[in-house]
Design a protein around this ligand. Sequence first.
Ligand SMILES: C[S@@+](CC[C@H](N)C(=O)[O-])C[C@H]1O[C@@H](n2cnc3c(N)ncnc32)[C@H](O)[C@@H]1O
Length: 332
Amino acid sequence: MTPLSQDTLFRLEDFTLLTARRKNVLSSPKQYGSSDEDARPYLIEGGWHLIHAPQEIQFQPNTSEAVHRWSPYVQGFSASFVQRTLERYRDEYNVPKVLDPFAGSGTVLVQSKFNGFPSFGIELNPLLHFITSVKVANWHIDPQRWLSTVEMLLDTSRSLSTPNFTAPSFLKSETHFRAPVLRNLEKLKATIDWLDPVDPVMQGIKNLCLLAFASILIDCSNLKRSPCLGYCRTKKVEDDAPFHLFAQKSRQIAADLEFCQSQYAAVLNTPSTVFLGNSMSLGLPEMVDLIITSPPYMNGLDYVMNYKIEMGWLNFGQSHRQLIKRSDGGLR
Ligand SMILES: C[S@@+](CC[C@H](N)C(=O)[O-])C[C@H]1O[C@@H](n2cnc3c(N)ncnc32)[C@H](O)[C@@H]1O
């Protein structure tokens, strides 16, 4: 592959060929039949060597993979795709430093860590930045301590009469959540917020609680994501779903922590860092050997709209406008 400088990748305004692609996408996203075909002529002109290697790339298979499955995501690629790509360059680089400038839910960073390869990510959306950070930073947490904290949280939240957490008003309508489900979610979130970490391990446990909470929200709602967020009239959510699903997700996390600590003890301290920001303007502290990424779907997906439920409940904003402001990286 032609070596590319960071400038070529990130400063699109200086790179006329990609700017032409951007214009083309704006006027006709499917000029050659698919966005893949559409991108081809520009990438070839830009000096990229394209490999034809059809393979399963969707995020879906990750829902049964340790750590990757902690948080549901639609717009990601599969861990096995990342693994094959890492293996392709393993001999060339020995221990490559890996970068994903559009980290999303962290598939590249998590998979790099499983291989003991240091990695960096950049992510614009604060929710996805949080999810990726939590997924790579907490493999050392004792599963028993995690489970006993969860048990205590569930007992406390079930017995709360007046939670001191209220969901942002733009997410409170009956079309989003049935009233008793909403009430139980508020109790659970109030109890998680009440945790006051005194050390980094407890902070990690609190972050895992927030991740687990975010990951059950769509299942507790009257919505579905496929891939965009929409209402689902036929969905029946039990009043108890928040407690039940949170317990289930926590057991899954405990099993994965045990798996990482027993099977991947040697890589637990592999550095993985995700920066919150715009990859078009954010510099990196060091050089990297390998970039594996799937860029955002231009004009195809509104990430804030699609993740507004999780962003609102996790306090990233009290209105849709605030969520947009928090996620624009200075772009708008
Ligand atoms: C297709 S997703 C990447 C998914 C990732 N490969 C995974 O498996 O989870 C693209 C990501 O790029 C992020 N993004 C969009 N524009 C960005 C920018 N200028 N800088 C950094 N991240 C950006 C989006 O928020 C989104 O999470």
